[in-house]
Design a protein around this ligand. Structure first.
Ligand SMILES: Nc1nc2c(ncn2[C@@H]2O[C@H](COP(=O)(O)OP(=O)(O)O)[C@@H](O)[C@H]2O)c(=O)[nH]1
Ligand SMILES: [Mg+2]
Length: 368
Protein backbone atom coordinates (compact mmCIF):
# COMPACT_ATOMS: atom_id res chain seq x y z
CA UNK A 1 0.00 0.00 0.00
CA UNK A 2 2.74 2.43 0.99
CA UNK A 3 4.82 1.37 -1.96
CA UNK A 4 1.86 2.07 -4.15
CA UNK A 5 1.60 5.47 -2.59
CA UNK A 6 5.24 6.30 -3.14
CA UNK A 7 4.95 5.07 -6.67
CA UNK A 8 2.06 7.48 -7.15
CA UNK A 9 4.11 10.30 -5.79
CA UNK A 10 7.05 9.67 -8.10
CA UNK A 11 5.14 8.60 -11.13
CA UNK A 12 5.48 11.01 -14.05
CA UNK A 13 2.06 12.28 -15.15
CA UNK A 14 0.81 11.41 -18.59
CA UNK A 15 1.13 14.19 -21.15
CA UNK A 16 -2.64 14.33 -21.51
CA UNK A 17 -2.99 15.51 -17.94
CA UNK A 18 0.25 17.38 -17.51
CA UNK A 19 -1.15 20.89 -17.81
CA UNK A 20 -3.88 20.24 -15.27
CA UNK A 21 -1.44 18.59 -12.92
CA UNK A 22 0.96 21.49 -13.18
CA UNK A 23 -1.91 23.66 -12.17
CA UNK A 24 -2.67 21.45 -9.20
CA UNK A 25 0.93 21.03 -8.06
CA UNK A 26 0.74 24.05 -5.77
CA UNK A 27 -0.34 23.97 -2.13
CA UNK A 28 -3.80 22.54 -1.59
CA UNK A 29 -5.30 25.79 -0.37
CA UNK A 30 -3.98 28.15 -2.98
CA UNK A 31 -7.01 30.25 -3.85
CA UNK A 32 -6.15 31.32 -7.39
CA UNK A 33 -5.32 27.78 -8.45
CA UNK A 34 -8.52 26.58 -6.90
CA UNK A 35 -10.43 29.07 -8.90
CA UNK A 36 -8.81 27.95 -12.14
CA UNK A 37 -9.24 24.25 -11.58
CA UNK A 38 -12.72 24.79 -10.23
CA UNK A 39 -13.93 26.60 -13.31
CA UNK A 40 -12.21 24.09 -15.59
CA UNK A 41 -14.01 21.35 -13.77
CA UNK A 42 -17.30 23.20 -13.95
CA UNK A 43 -16.89 23.43 -17.69
CA UNK A 44 -16.29 19.72 -17.88
CA UNK A 45 -19.14 18.74 -15.62
CA UNK A 46 -21.71 21.37 -16.42
CA UNK A 47 -25.08 19.99 -15.45
CA UNK A 48 -26.12 17.13 -13.25
CA UNK A 49 -27.30 14.86 -16.03
CA UNK A 50 -24.01 14.69 -17.84
CA UNK A 51 -23.82 11.41 -19.67
CA UNK A 52 -20.44 10.25 -18.49
CA UNK A 53 -20.39 7.37 -20.92
CA UNK A 54 -19.80 9.89 -23.71
CA UNK A 55 -16.79 11.38 -22.00
CA UNK A 56 -13.24 10.21 -22.44
CA UNK A 57 -12.53 7.81 -19.56
CA UNK A 58 -10.58 9.36 -16.72
CA UNK A 59 -7.38 7.41 -16.18
CA UNK A 60 -6.43 6.88 -12.59
CA UNK A 61 -3.94 4.52 -11.01
CA UNK A 62 -6.29 3.20 -8.32
CA UNK A 63 -7.61 -0.15 -9.44
CA UNK A 64 -10.11 -0.78 -6.66
CA UNK A 65 -12.32 1.79 -5.04
CA UNK A 66 -14.99 1.62 -2.37
CA UNK A 67 -17.74 4.19 -2.07
CA UNK A 68 -19.17 4.45 1.42
CA UNK A 69 -22.61 6.04 1.64
CA UNK A 70 -24.44 6.64 4.93
CA UNK A 71 -28.21 6.47 4.57
CA UNK A 72 -30.96 7.64 6.85
CA UNK A 73 -34.46 7.88 5.38
CA UNK A 74 -33.50 8.74 1.80
CA UNK A 75 -35.95 6.50 -0.10
CA UNK A 76 -36.38 8.89 -3.03
CA UNK A 77 -32.70 9.54 -3.56
CA UNK A 78 -31.22 6.04 -3.49
CA UNK A 79 -32.06 4.91 -7.03
CA UNK A 80 -31.00 8.12 -8.78
CA UNK A 81 -27.81 8.16 -6.70
CA UNK A 82 -26.80 4.61 -7.64
CA UNK A 83 -27.59 5.30 -11.31
CA UNK A 84 -25.40 8.40 -11.29
CA UNK A 85 -22.55 6.52 -9.59
CA UNK A 86 -22.77 3.72 -12.16
CA UNK A 87 -22.76 6.23 -15.01
CA UNK A 88 -19.68 8.00 -13.69
CA UNK A 89 -17.67 4.88 -12.88
CA UNK A 90 -18.53 2.79 -15.94
CA UNK A 91 -16.05 4.47 -18.32
CA UNK A 92 -13.31 4.36 -15.68
CA UNK A 93 -13.07 0.58 -15.98
CA UNK A 94 -12.08 -0.22 -12.44
CA UNK A 95 -13.27 -2.54 -9.72
CA UNK A 96 -15.66 -0.76 -7.43
CA UNK A 97 -18.15 -1.40 -4.68
CA UNK A 98 -20.77 0.85 -3.17
CA UNK A 99 -21.38 0.20 0.52
CA UNK A 100 -24.66 1.68 1.73
CA UNK A 101 -25.06 1.87 5.49
CA UNK A 102 -28.67 2.06 6.49
CA UNK A 103 -28.89 3.40 9.98
CA UNK A 104 -32.29 2.32 11.22
CA UNK A 105 -34.25 4.08 8.45
CA UNK A 106 -37.98 4.07 9.02
CA UNK A 107 -38.97 4.58 5.36
CA UNK A 108 -38.45 2.28 2.37
CA UNK A 109 -34.71 2.94 2.13
CA UNK A 110 -33.66 -0.50 3.35
CA UNK A 111 -35.94 -2.51 1.08
CA UNK A 112 -34.82 -0.43 -1.93
CA UNK A 113 -31.20 -1.01 -1.00
CA UNK A 114 -31.84 -4.74 -0.69
CA UNK A 115 -33.42 -4.79 -4.16
CA UNK A 116 -30.41 -3.04 -5.64
CA UNK A 117 -27.99 -5.35 -3.87
CA UNK A 118 -29.81 -8.45 -5.11
CA UNK A 119 -29.38 -7.49 -8.76
CA UNK A 120 -25.92 -5.92 -8.60
CA UNK A 121 -23.14 -7.55 -6.60
CA UNK A 122 -21.22 -4.28 -6.49
CA UNK A 123 -23.92 -2.76 -4.32
CA UNK A 124 -23.43 -3.90 -0.74
CA UNK A 125 -25.21 -2.85 2.36
CA UNK A 126 -25.06 -2.92 6.12
CA UNK A 127 -28.19 -2.28 8.11
CA UNK A 128 -28.11 -1.20 11.75
CA UNK A 129 -30.89 -2.33 14.04
CA UNK A 130 -31.25 1.19 15.39
CA UNK A 131 -29.86 4.62 14.63
CA UNK A 132 -26.24 4.96 15.71
CA UNK A 133 -25.37 8.14 13.82
CA UNK A 134 -23.44 9.10 10.72
CA UNK A 135 -20.01 8.58 12.30
CA UNK A 136 -20.82 5.02 13.34
CA UNK A 137 -22.14 4.33 9.83
CA UNK A 138 -18.97 5.65 8.20
CA UNK A 139 -16.79 3.71 10.61
CA UNK A 140 -18.60 0.49 9.77
CA UNK A 141 -18.32 1.25 6.06
CA UNK A 142 -14.57 1.82 6.43
CA UNK A 143 -14.25 -1.55 8.11
CA UNK A 144 -15.99 -3.30 5.21
CA UNK A 145 -14.32 -1.35 2.40
CA UNK A 146 -11.94 -3.40 0.26
CA UNK A 147 -10.77 -0.67 -2.13
CA UNK A 148 -7.33 0.95 -2.17
CA UNK A 149 -9.17 4.25 -2.14
CA UNK A 150 -12.32 4.94 -0.15
CA UNK A 151 -14.76 7.65 -1.18
CA UNK A 152 -17.46 8.87 1.17
CA UNK A 153 -20.50 10.72 -0.06
CA UNK A 154 -23.97 11.67 1.17
CA UNK A 155 -26.97 9.77 -0.11
CA UNK A 156 -29.28 12.75 -0.55
CA UNK A 157 -28.04 13.73 -4.06
CA UNK A 158 -26.43 16.90 -2.70
CA UNK A 159 -22.97 15.50 -3.43
CA UNK A 160 -22.21 14.97 -7.11
CA UNK A 161 -20.76 11.58 -8.12
CA UNK A 162 -19.10 13.34 -11.08
CA UNK A 163 -16.58 14.64 -8.56
CA UNK A 164 -15.31 11.12 -7.73
CA UNK A 165 -12.71 11.07 -10.55
CA UNK A 166 -11.55 14.56 -9.54
CA UNK A 167 -11.01 13.53 -5.93
CA UNK A 168 -9.07 10.46 -7.02
CA UNK A 169 -6.94 12.45 -9.47
CA UNK A 170 -6.03 14.89 -6.73
CA UNK A 171 -5.17 12.01 -4.39
CA UNK A 172 -2.85 10.60 -7.05
CA UNK A 173 -0.66 13.65 -6.56
CA UNK A 174 0.38 11.98 -3.31
CA UNK A 175 -2.18 13.17 -0.77
CA UNK A 176 -3.66 10.77 1.76
CA UNK A 177 -6.99 12.55 2.08
CA UNK A 178 -8.77 14.79 -0.41
CA UNK A 179 -11.65 16.72 1.02
CA UNK A 180 -14.45 18.32 -0.96
CA UNK A 181 -15.22 22.01 -0.57
CA UNK A 182 -18.83 22.99 -1.16
CA UNK A 183 -17.67 26.33 -2.51
CA UNK A 184 -21.08 27.28 -3.86
CA UNK A 185 -23.24 25.74 -1.18
CA UNK A 186 -26.88 25.03 -1.98
CA UNK A 187 -28.34 25.15 1.52
CA UNK A 188 -30.50 27.55 3.54
CA UNK A 189 -28.82 30.80 4.58
CA UNK A 190 -28.72 29.93 8.29
CA UNK A 191 -26.87 26.71 7.56
CA UNK A 192 -24.38 28.45 5.31
CA UNK A 193 -23.57 31.14 7.84
CA UNK A 194 -23.29 28.80 10.82
CA UNK A 195 -21.15 26.46 8.78
CA UNK A 196 -18.81 29.35 7.93
CA UNK A 197 -18.44 30.08 11.65
CA UNK A 198 -17.96 26.41 12.50
CA UNK A 199 -15.28 26.04 9.82
CA UNK A 200 -13.54 29.20 11.02
CA UNK A 201 -13.35 27.97 14.63
CA UNK A 202 -12.21 24.49 13.57
CA UNK A 203 -9.54 26.05 11.34
CA UNK A 204 -8.18 28.07 14.29
CA UNK A 205 -8.23 25.14 16.74
CA UNK A 206 -6.85 22.56 14.37
CA UNK A 207 -4.38 24.67 12.42
CA UNK A 208 -5.56 23.03 9.19
CA UNK A 209 -6.12 25.54 6.42
CA UNK A 210 -9.09 24.06 4.60
CA UNK A 211 -12.44 25.73 3.99
CA UNK A 212 -14.94 22.94 4.48
CA UNK A 213 -14.36 20.33 7.20
CA UNK A 214 -17.78 18.74 7.07
CA UNK A 215 -18.20 18.01 3.37
CA UNK A 216 -19.69 14.54 2.87
CA UNK A 217 -17.62 14.04 -0.25
CA UNK A 218 -14.09 12.92 0.56
CA UNK A 219 -11.48 10.48 -0.66
CA UNK A 220 -9.11 8.55 1.58
CA UNK A 221 -6.35 6.06 1.04
CA UNK A 222 -7.18 2.77 2.70
CA UNK A 223 -4.41 3.21 5.27
CA UNK A 224 -6.21 6.32 6.54
CA UNK A 225 -9.63 4.74 6.92
CA UNK A 226 -8.01 1.79 8.68
CA UNK A 227 -6.50 4.03 11.32
CA UNK A 228 -9.40 6.46 11.82
CA UNK A 229 -11.77 5.76 14.65
CA UNK A 230 -14.90 7.87 14.53
CA UNK A 231 -17.95 7.88 16.76
CA UNK A 232 -20.43 10.42 18.12
CA UNK A 233 -20.34 13.43 15.81
CA UNK A 234 -16.67 13.07 15.01
CA UNK A 235 -17.32 12.59 11.28
CA UNK A 236 -17.18 16.40 11.08
CA UNK A 237 -13.54 16.27 12.05
CA UNK A 238 -12.22 13.54 9.77
CA UNK A 239 -9.60 15.85 8.22
CA UNK A 240 -8.51 16.99 11.70
CA UNK A 241 -8.18 13.43 12.99
CA UNK A 242 -6.30 12.37 9.85
CA UNK A 243 -4.02 15.41 9.96
CA UNK A 244 -3.02 14.80 13.54
CA UNK A 245 -2.19 11.22 12.70
CA UNK A 246 0.31 12.57 10.21
CA UNK A 247 -1.62 12.19 6.94
CA UNK A 248 -1.51 14.82 4.22
CA UNK A 249 -4.69 16.60 3.22
CA UNK A 250 -5.77 18.49 0.13
CA UNK A 251 -9.03 20.19 -0.70
CA UNK A 252 -10.78 20.66 -4.04
CA UNK A 253 -13.96 22.60 -4.74
CA UNK A 254 -16.87 20.31 -5.53
CA UNK A 255 -20.28 20.83 -7.00
CA UNK A 256 -23.13 20.90 -4.50
CA UNK A 257 -26.83 20.52 -5.24
CA UNK A 258 -29.88 21.61 -3.28
CA UNK A 259 -31.65 18.83 -1.41
CA UNK A 260 -34.17 17.34 -3.85
CA UNK A 261 -36.11 14.93 -1.61
CA UNK A 262 -36.65 14.46 2.11
CA UNK A 263 -35.25 16.76 4.75
CA UNK A 264 -32.01 17.40 6.59
CA UNK A 265 -31.15 15.10 9.49
CA UNK A 266 -29.12 17.65 11.39
CA UNK A 267 -31.09 20.32 13.23
CA UNK A 268 -29.88 23.11 15.48
CA UNK A 269 -28.50 20.61 17.99
CA UNK A 270 -25.71 19.93 15.50
CA UNK A 271 -23.87 23.05 16.64
CA UNK A 272 -23.81 22.17 20.33
CA UNK A 273 -22.85 18.58 19.71
CA UNK A 274 -20.37 19.71 17.10
CA UNK A 275 -18.53 22.02 19.48
CA UNK A 276 -18.45 19.51 22.30
CA UNK A 277 -16.89 17.11 19.84
CA UNK A 278 -14.37 19.74 18.82
CA UNK A 279 -13.17 19.82 22.42
CA UNK A 280 -12.96 16.01 22.37
CA UNK A 281 -10.96 16.15 19.18
CA UNK A 282 -8.55 18.74 20.56
CA UNK A 283 -7.99 16.67 23.70
CA UNK A 284 -7.75 13.27 22.12
CA UNK A 285 -5.36 14.34 19.42
CA UNK A 286 -3.38 17.42 20.34
CA UNK A 287 -3.04 16.98 24.09
CA UNK A 288 -3.55 13.30 24.80
CA UNK A 289 0.18 12.64 25.00
CA UNK A 290 0.99 15.80 26.95
CA UNK A 291 -1.83 16.85 29.26
CA UNK A 292 0.53 18.99 31.31
CA UNK A 293 0.97 21.34 28.35
CA UNK A 294 -2.65 22.35 28.64
CA UNK A 295 -3.48 21.96 32.32
CA UNK A 296 -0.05 23.07 33.49
CA UNK A 297 -0.32 26.21 31.39
CA UNK A 298 -3.83 27.05 32.62
CA UNK A 299 -2.85 26.24 36.21
CA UNK A 300 0.26 28.40 36.11
CA UNK A 301 -1.71 31.27 34.58
CA UNK A 302 -4.39 31.14 37.26
CA UNK A 303 -1.88 30.67 40.09
CA UNK A 304 0.21 33.63 38.97
CA UNK A 305 -2.85 35.86 38.59
CA UNK A 306 -3.93 34.92 42.14
CA UNK A 307 -0.43 35.59 43.42
CA UNK A 308 -0.37 39.06 41.86
CA UNK A 309 -3.80 39.93 43.32
CA UNK A 310 -2.94 38.73 46.81
CA UNK A 311 0.58 40.19 46.64
CA UNK A 312 -0.97 43.57 45.98
CA UNK A 313 -3.39 43.15 48.89
CA UNK A 314 -0.53 42.08 51.18
CA UNK A 315 1.30 45.25 50.22
CA UNK A 316 -1.79 47.28 51.20
CA UNK A 317 -2.03 45.35 54.46
CA UNK A 318 1.53 46.29 55.35
CA UNK A 319 0.49 49.85 54.52
CA UNK A 320 -2.00 49.57 57.39
CA UNK A 321 -5.08 49.20 55.19
CA UNK A 322 -7.66 46.64 56.46
CA UNK A 323 -8.51 43.70 54.14
CA UNK A 324 -11.86 42.85 55.72
CA UNK A 325 -13.77 44.90 53.10
CA UNK A 326 -11.77 43.73 50.05
CA UNK A 327 -13.67 41.13 47.95
CA UNK A 328 -10.60 40.97 45.74
CA UNK A 329 -8.99 38.86 48.46
CA UNK A 330 -11.43 36.05 47.65
CA UNK A 331 -10.70 36.35 43.95
CA UNK A 332 -7.00 35.98 44.66
CA UNK A 333 -7.56 32.93 46.88
CA UNK A 334 -9.86 31.38 44.28
CA UNK A 335 -7.37 31.89 41.45
CA UNK A 336 -4.60 30.26 43.49
CA UNK A 337 -6.74 27.24 44.42
CA UNK A 338 -7.99 26.78 40.84
CA UNK A 339 -4.42 27.08 39.61
CA UNK A 340 -3.23 24.34 41.97
CA UNK A 341 -6.16 22.15 40.90
CA UNK A 342 -5.40 22.53 37.19
CA UNK A 343 -1.79 21.68 37.90
CA UNK A 344 -2.79 18.55 39.83
CA UNK A 345 -5.09 17.39 37.01
CA UNK A 346 -2.24 17.88 34.56
CA UNK A 347 0.13 15.87 36.76
CA UNK A 348 -2.40 13.03 37.11
CA UNK A 349 -2.88 13.09 33.34
CA UNK A 350 0.86 12.83 32.80
CA UNK A 351 1.04 9.89 35.21
CA UNK A 352 -1.72 8.10 33.29
CA UNK A 353 -0.13 8.77 29.92
CA UNK A 354 3.19 7.35 31.11
CA UNK A 355 1.61 4.27 32.62
CA UNK A 356 -0.72 3.49 29.72
CA UNK A 357 1.71 3.36 26.84
CA UNK A 358 -0.38 2.07 23.98
CA UNK A 359 1.48 1.22 20.84
CA UNK A 360 -1.69 1.41 18.79
CA UNK A 361 -1.50 5.17 19.20
CA UNK A 362 1.54 5.33 16.94
CA UNK A 363 0.78 4.86 13.29
CA UNK A 364 3.68 3.31 11.42
CA UNK A 365 4.27 4.67 7.95
CA UNK A 366 6.80 2.14 6.73
CA UNK A 367 8.81 -0.79 8.06
CA UNK A 368 11.52 -3.08 6.75
N1 LIG B 1 -26.16 6.29 8.44
C1 LIG B 1 -26.58 7.50 8.80
N2 LIG B 1 -26.64 8.45 7.88
C2 LIG B 1 -27.06 9.66 8.25
C3 LIG B 1 -27.46 9.97 9.56
N3 LIG B 1 -27.82 11.28 9.59
C4 LIG B 1 -27.67 11.73 8.34
N4 LIG B 1 -27.22 10.77 7.52
C5 LIG B 1 -26.90 10.84 6.10
O1 LIG B 1 -25.85 11.77 5.97
C6 LIG B 1 -26.04 12.55 4.82
C7 LIG B 1 -26.05 14.01 5.18
O2 LIG B 1 -27.18 14.31 5.96
P1 LIG B 1 -28.04 15.60 5.73
O3 LIG B 1 -29.24 15.50 6.61
O4 LIG B 1 -28.30 15.79 4.27
O5 LIG B 1 -27.06 16.72 6.26
P2 LIG B 1 -26.89 18.17 5.66
O6 LIG B 1 -26.61 18.03 4.20
O7 LIG B 1 -25.73 18.74 6.42
O8 LIG B 1 -28.18 18.86 5.92
C8 LIG B 1 -27.33 12.06 4.17
O9 LIG B 1 -26.98 11.18 3.16
C9 LIG B 1 -28.06 11.37 5.30
O10 LIG B 1 -28.87 10.33 4.84
C10 LIG B 1 -27.41 8.93 10.53
O11 LIG B 1 -27.74 9.10 11.69
N5 LIG B 1 -26.96 7.72 10.09
MG1 LIG C 1 -27.58 16.91 2.79
Amino acid sequence: MEDQRNEDRNQPQSSQNSSENRENKSEPVNKSNYKKSYYNRRRRFSGRNVDSSNQAPTRISFKKISIVVPVLNEEDSIFPLINEIRKVLKPMELWYEVILIDDGSTDKSLSLIKDLSRTDKRIKFISFRKNYGKSAALQMGFKEAAGEAVITMDSDLQDDPNEIPNLLKKMEEGYDVVSGWKKIRQDPFIKKISSKFFNFVTRIFSGIKIHDFNCGLKAYRKSVTESLNVHGELHRYMPVLAHWQGYSIAEIPVKHHPRRYGKTKFGISRFFKGFIDLITVVFTTRYIKRPMHLFGFLGALSFLAGLVVNGYLTYLWFDNQPLSNRPMLFLGILLIIVGVQFFSVGLLGELMVHNLKDEKEYIIKDKS
